[in-house]
Write a protein that binds this ligand. Structure first.
Ligand SMILES: [Fe+2]
Length: 345
């Protein structure tokens, strides 16, 4: 490869003149922005143990009342991006959120899309666009761009969930903002009940729903049952995996990030090929060893890790007698829409 000219090779008066005119020579930085064969990735393989997070989150509950926090969250920040950037990858943000009994996180809406994966506790709910979505371990609840959402808690124990947002990307686009609102009036009906049976879509007045987000809650009990059925029906199939989709269109549930449920059979090792998007793994049930390049993480229940794009990942169920269930998030919808999605052998 040709050695390109360096900035220092240019006379100082020439460099000063360029700077004065807001001009930059490309060639000294060309390899930096267009490296050969594989992109430069700031995202580092990183893991966060729930046993470390939980006491600090509960401490935050003592230190900061909900009124002073609005959303009481500890962000799972990737050191490769700098902790202050609060991002797990280029497009993903991860946060562990705590809601205590009786607390209420007021209604707002914003441009970034969010989902919540419930980690622990019963009795909390999220009201999204007037629909009250109960929160139980493993449930996935969407709060897509522009939809009002608020969190309440009628139970007796702390509730914790994992927030996954496309905030870093939307912020980078200079399109991130929020609006505070009034407490929502709950409307009757639940999308997950209406769409509970596969292959059957509601068609009032012979028309299909025009709602962009017809289903807002994806109960874990349904996803788990579907994974077990797939594992039984297709014993030869290596990846037992489901994608969370919009039941009307079959598209990913949100526009930027993709969400999946994955089951590792007892003792199974699953090799995921290197793909362009970064991805996140969170253990819903069980335990797994996750290998990303030379790094290896032992993940227990409720632990989370992320892997940069263009990197192969190996998942191993460390339980020899029971399945392990994993929630996965990635940047695939974004990469596909932008035409940069790649799988490398
Ligand atoms: Fe929000």
């Amino acid at each position: 490869m040709n050695e390109l000219g360096r900035l220092e090779d240019l006379p100082q008066d020439y460099r000063d003149e360029l700077k004065q005119l807001n001009l930059v020579p490309l060639w000294p930085s060309l390899r930096g922005v267009l490296p050969p064969h594989i992109p430069t990735r700031n995202t580092r393989a990183t893991a966060w143990a729930y046993k470390d997070i939980k006491p600090l989150l509960l401490k935050a509950g003592e230190l900061t009342p909900i009124e002073k926090a609005e959303r009481r969250v500890l962000v799972l920040a990737n050191p490769g991006h700098g902790l202050e950037k609060m991002q797990a990858s280029a497009a993903m943000y991860l946060g562990m959120q705590l809601l205590l009994p009786g607390e209420w996180a007021p209604s707002h809406r914003h441009t970034p899309n969010a989902v919540r994966m419930i980690v622990e506790g019963e009795g909390a709910y999220t009201t999204v666009d007037g629909e009250k979505c109960p929160m139980s371990r493993g449930d996935l609840i969407l709060t897509p761009t522009g939809l009002w959402h608020e969190h309440g808690h009628d139970g007796t124990e702390p509730v914790v969930w994992l927030d996954v947002l496309d905030l870093p990307l939307v912020y980078y686009m200079e399109a991130s903002y929020h609006i505070n609102g009034e407490r929502q009036t709950v409307q009757a009906g639940q999308g997950d009940r209406v769409y509970a049976r596969g292959g059957l879509l509601p068609t009032p007045v012979f028309e299909r729903s025009r709602r962009a987000y017809p289903m807002l809650r994806y109960p874990w009990v349904e996803a788990r049952a579907a994974l077990l059925a797939m594992a039984t029906d297709k014993p030869e199939q290596e990846a037992v995996q489901l994608t969370y989709v919009n039941p009307e269109t079959g598209d990913d549930v949100e526009n930027i990030l993709g969400f999946y449920a994955l089951m590792l059979r007892p003792g199974q090792t699953l090799r995921l090929p290197a793909r362009s998007p970064a991805c996140v793994f969170h253990i819903i049930e069980g335990a797994a060893e996750v290998t990303v390049q030379e790094q290896q993480f032992a993940l227990a229940e409720a632990d989370t890790c992320c892997a940069p794009g263009y990197t192969a990942v190996t998942l191993r169920n460390v339980r020899a007698d029971q399945s392990t269930f994993i929630f996965m998030a990635d940047e695939s919808p974004l990469h596909r829409k932008l035409g940069v999605y790649e799988v490398r052998a």
